[in-house]
Design a protein around this ligand. Structure first.
Ligand code: SF4
Ligand code: SF4
Length: 677
């Protein structure tokens, strides 16, 4: 008894001291980050809800059924098995220890054994998944490519050790008469039968040995966790609780003050993140929390088309840099003027940084709510605003937006060309919007200026007119919302554009806005409020759905054929508009919908977001080709979408595949109009 007490407590004290020191160090390191915006403590009900859904309910993990269920049982197994840890430590002091009140309940004994077995089964599932999807077999296709697979195997072994030693000492306890539960603890009793022939003496030795082994593995596991990717066991609940709510999609996290008004001569001003210490504490927490599960990587359009960007590897590289420079970060030596190399070019390859389309698939998938896009855009901001170092072709787009108000540089005078072919008048608002006009139609640069996208804008205008919706446009007074320049990292130009547009809309007395471009929609609805522009913004797919449901447009039999709908990232994932466009297509009597394999939350990007529309795509396969091949593969007659960028990208790829005679790319409004005959 004395030996097992000494061994058990000795191991525990040493391991807890090591783990405690490490956790304190981690806390200091993460707390050294910059303040996080927006607030990570406000909106407590949403945070509690997220904690219940994502940590307790494992919502995101369960979207991947088999590994999700296995993880669910492992997570809950370890939670329930906390009771066995209390029992193990109690047994160090008193061999027939039981937890007061509940410690002899059959239900508790059953639950403990049930989860012990469930964890063992889950471990077997993890082993099969890791073997089947090993990077050695699947190379880049494996979501574990680049992860620390050795550490993952060690963790599986440690978990097996915890459960095996637990069941062994419990079985021996049955035979020595020290076990607090009856037959409901079915696994312990079944194993006890096998050990019974060894006699009470041997069982007593087994009991002591595996009790101490169990405590040693658990406390050793704690130390290992504190030094490995399995930190997520402790950090994931904190990361989920402090993530942006309702989610880290839609608007970008921060709108830095670009005014420089309160900056003194000696102040060092940093826009974006060029060094690891420039990130906020939440971004540093993200880095430490990554589980290396690779779900983000498996969905990333850049990674899936052979580009060097993997959101997982980006997070892991930044984490390595954080840990390697921890002392400097904690000492806040940037303020002391120490020369530190820029992250981009040393830790993050520029091709990695500029490959991101900001599609949001990584953020959507991440089970621990890591906010990749904010981190990527912060590094882009530093490159653009502090280093003036970005892909040369982006320079033209930035100049065009700055000088002409649109990325193509066609100029304000062209913004009304698209209405010339309409057979009704579209009012161009010059002063205040008249009271009899309900909506301001924000056409967007693509809708107003690009030949193919104009067809979508024109069809939208005709549908609205037909349904009796009153609307006007700003014409030459409309200017780029700033979405592409913001995603590229030029926050200064974005804020200039945003302030100009907010002023125009406010001066015109605009209350309600229709947008056809999801990028404009997202910026107007989610980002302009941060700069004082509060408008009621609706996407044309939502309005068309409303008009169809209200009977103000009745789809006819003019279209007959199959349709596959492509979810624009900034409409679907970023703004959760998945159902409305599909509902419009469903209302067309002759249209049969076929879903692509990657749809809705898992929709695959067209390759244009994040300012990628204006950047060369020389690495790997073109993203629009990958997506269009999937769309063509459905055999649909029409690929429909609700975004001018997507339309341009998909149409380009259909032509590049020489399939334009077989498949048409149509905006939702064009398809609806065609159905009317
Ligand atoms: S936002 Fe999209 S492209 Fe960018 S890293 Fe995430 S998944 Fe990849
Ligand atoms: S960032 Fe999230 S999804 Fe990606 S590997 Fe890490 S934990 Fe998994």
């Amino acid at each position: 008894m004395a030996v097992r007490l000494a061994l058990g407590l000795g191991v525990t004290v040493v391991m807890l001291a090591i783990a405690g020191r490490r956790f304190f160090w981690l806390f200091q390191l993460i707390a050294s980050g910059q303040p996080a915006t927006p607030s990570r403590v406000r909106d407590v009900p949403a945070r509690v809800k997220a904690e219940l859904a994502e940590v307790a309910g494992q919502r995101k993990l369960l979207q991947w059924t088999v590994p999700g269920v296995a993880h669910f049982f492992t997570m809950w197994g370890f939670t329930v098995l906390l009771l066995t840890i209390i029992e193990a430590f109690g047994a160090l002091f008193q061999r027939d220890f039981h937890i007061p009140v509940i410690g002899r309940w059959a239900a508790i004994g059953f639950l403990e054994d049930f989860f012990a077995v469930a964890v063992l089964v889950s471990l077997a599932v993890f082993v099969v998944i890791r073997v089947r999807h090993s990077p050695k077999r699947e190379n880049r296709r494996s979501r574990f490519f680049g992860s620390h697979t050795g550490a993952a195997w060690l963790v599986l072994l440690l978990i097996f050790g915890v459960i095996a030693s637990l069941l062994l000492y419990r079985a021996a306890q049955v035979n020595t008469g020290n076990f607090p539960y009856g037959w409901a603890a079915f696994a312990s009793h079944a194993l006890a039968k096998a050990l019974a022939p060894l006699g009470t003496g041997v069982n007593s030795v087994i009991e002591t040995t595996f009790l101490v082994v169990n405590i040693a593995i658990i406390t050793g596991f704690l130390v290992f966790v504190s030094y490995s990717k399995h930190l997520h066991i402790f950090l994931a609940p904190v990361n989920v609780a402090t993530s942006r709510r309702p989610r880290a999609l839609g608007a970008l996290a921060s709108t830095p003050d670009m005014s420089m008004e309160d900056v003194g001569d000696d102040d060092e001003v940093v826009f974006g993140a060029g060094r690891i210490e420039d990130f906020s504490w939440k971004q540093l927490l993200d880095l430490a929390t990554c589980t290396e599960c690779g779900r983000c990587q498996s969905q990333c359009p850049a990674w899936n088309t052979g580009k060097p960007l993997s959101p997982k590897l980006l997070i892991m590289d930044l984490r390595d840099n954080l840990f390697a420079n921890a002392e400097r970060v904690m000492a806040k030596n940037r303020a002391a003027g120490q020369e530190v190399e820029n992250l981009v070019g040393t830790v993050i390859d520029p091709d990695v940084l500029w490959s991101c389309t900001t599609c949001g698939a990584c953020v959507e998938q991440c089970p621990v709510d890591i906010e990749h896009i904010d981190t990527i855009v912060d590094m882009r901001r530093y490159q653009v605003l502090m280093e003036s170092d970005f892909p040369s072709e982006a320079g033209l787009m930035l100049r065009n937006v700055e000088n002409q108000g649109d990325p193509w540089g066609l100029g304000a005078s062209k913004r009304t060309d698209w209405i010339e072919s309409l057979d009704f008048e579209v009012p161009v608002i010059t002063g205040t919007i008249p009271e009899d006009i309900e909506y301001l139609y924000w056409v967007g640069c693509a809708g107003a200026l690009d030949e193919r996208a104009r067809k979508g804008a024109q069809a939208t205008a005709r549908m609205l007119h037909r349904a009796g919706v009153t609307f006007g446009i700003l014409g030459p007074k409309e200017s780029c919302t700033g979405d592409p320049v913001r995603r590229l990292g030029n926050e200064y130009l974005y804020q200039e554009q945003a302030q100009k547009n907010i002023e125009t809309l406010t001066d015109a007395g605009v209350k309600k806005v229709i947008a056809t471009c999801p990028h404009c929609f997202n910026t107007l609805a989610n980002e302009y409020p941060g700069l004082g522009g509060d408008f009621e913004v609706i996407h044309h797919s939502q309005l068309l759905d409303h008009l169809v449901r209200a009977g103000r447009i009745t789809p006819g039999g003019g279209y007959a054929g199959s349709v596959t709908y492509h979810d624009p990232c900034y409409l679907g994932r970023h703004n959760r508009v998945f159902d409305e466009p599909r509902s419009v297509i469903d209302a067309i009597p002759g249209a049969t919908q076929i879903e692509m394999r990657r749809c809705r939350e898992k929709g695959f990007c067209c390759g244009a977001g994040g300012a990628r529309m204006w950047l060369e795509e020389n690495l790997g396969k073109r993203v629009n080709m990958e997506r269009t091949e999937e769309a063509i593969g459905t055999g649909a007659d029409v690929v429909s979408t609700a975004c001018p960028y997507c339309m341009i990208m998909l149409d380009d790829a259909v032509r590049a595949n020489a399939k334009e005679d077989e498949v048409r790319v149509l905006d939702l409004s064009q398809l609806l109009e065609e159905s009317l005959g």
